[in-house]
Design a protein around this ligand. Sequence first.
Ligand SMILES: *[C@@H]1O[C@H](CO)[C@@H](O)[C@H](O)[C@H]1NC(C)=O
Ligand SMILES: *[C@@H]1O[C@H](CO)[C@@H](O)[C@H](O)[C@H]1NC(C)=O
Length: 486
Amino acid sequence: MHRFIRVLTTLTCLVACSNGAMDECTDDSNRPQRCMPEFVNAAFNVTVVATNTCGSPPEEYCVQTGVTGVTKSCHICDARDPRQHHSAVYLTDYNNQADTTWWQSQTMLAGIQYPNSINLTLHLGKSFDITYVRLKFHTSRPESFAIYKRTREDGPWQPYQYYSGSCDKTYQKQNRGFIRTGEDEQQALCTDEFSDISPLTGGNVAFSTLEGRPSAYNFDSSPVLQEWVTATDIRVTLNRLNTFGDEVFNDPKVLKSYYYAISDFAVGGRCKCNGHASDCVKNSQSRLVCRCKHNTEGDDCGVCKPFYNDRPWRRATALNANECLPCSCNGKTSECYFDSELYRATGHGGHCRNCADNTDGPNCERCLDNYYRDNTNRCQPCSCSPVGSVSASVCSASRGWWETSAIAASPDTTASLKPAAGRVLAVPLAARRSVMCSQGAASARTTWRASAVTGWYEGRAETAHGLKSLGYLHSRPEAFSHVAPT
Ligand SMILES: *[C@@H]1O[C@H](CO)[C@@H](O)[C@H](O)[C@H]1NC(C)=O
Ligand SMILES: *[C@@H]1O[C@H](CO)[C@@H](O)[C@H](O)[C@H]1NC(C)=O
């Protein structure tokens, strides 16, 4: 038992030691650091659902002495009598050594024995990081029982550990098997170590979730074990009673001395908050939830808050709080989402949404299509003229060419671009903005080598049937230098 307690303590520390500083989600200089709720008995005062309990109607049971032929001391289990009931509330009440209370099943006389089984199910109401599950038996420990867990409330039951004097026969598991490095670390093992009929009362069985699992010493970097210790529900299935073999004679007194009785069902662990909260509280629907820090939210602090999507959500580790970071949207929006491609490309995954003031781009850093940045740094509409820009699509004050899809569309089109200084002087301000637009239809093949003269140009595309497109642009030398000859 001593060795066991020591292992428990070591493993408790692995999942995280409970020193005072650990409870704070920021350090002395206000930097985020890993934090976690205190270590508790998660089962305490939580009602266990038992599929069988003695006492309705009242029935007699006898205390096992281990000696045959001796007059047994017998008692009544009566569910309606507060002094004689043994309901499941006694599994998780205060465990008082001086005044033991226990849950008790019906006896073997009522058919309680393999292959009939009894389930004791504990709904924690929230995910916990489980360090151990401990049972204290009021009778002798069962010959075979198993512990199961659910990782999520709607998930499947998964075996945690088998205890059996007949591992192979009852559970098809190797007795005292172990897990080697590289093997599945989420497999349940079986042992016969705690399946002896003695002691006849007070025997403990404790299952430590991480013991014997190779990655336990690298817990922070083992998602497999992080999931393994996570549970929202714990179930104990009692499969076979231990007997002295004297039940074969069907003596009712003997059969009445075989039944399951458990005085304490404890689950050591912490409310699971992924290192982002130091306590769990009841929410408005009186459900237990983490009080999340580090810009996280959710029952388990399992996601980043809206607008904190600069990098993917991660658990906090001893070395890194992995807090969620805000998106940078230049003050143009309070909405963004995590964009994994953007994150791979730039190291920042926050993709802004619904950028205001005609801005666009992952960080609201540029103007919307058809808008350009004016000299007061605001995005203004291009107001491209339908004539000349063909379709109002893209404009940019820094692009110096004009194209029309009409040119590409009809083979007989002739196009020209010539200085239009005289004309431009005549256009009103609104139209002048429009002539700054160029449209970037990639299908138009014709580009003109333009002389590096700053000024207004007229672009004209004509077919045999007349003018197809007319546009104006203002060139700046640096813009024209990008125009490639064809
Ligand atoms: C046990 O739970 C009940 C309600 O579920 C609550 O009223 C009571 O205060 C709890 N007792 C302790 C000691 O926490
Ligand atoms: C008892 O638990 C086992 C294992 O989860 C399950 O297969 C079985 O259906 C349960 N029985 C009852 C009566 O709930």
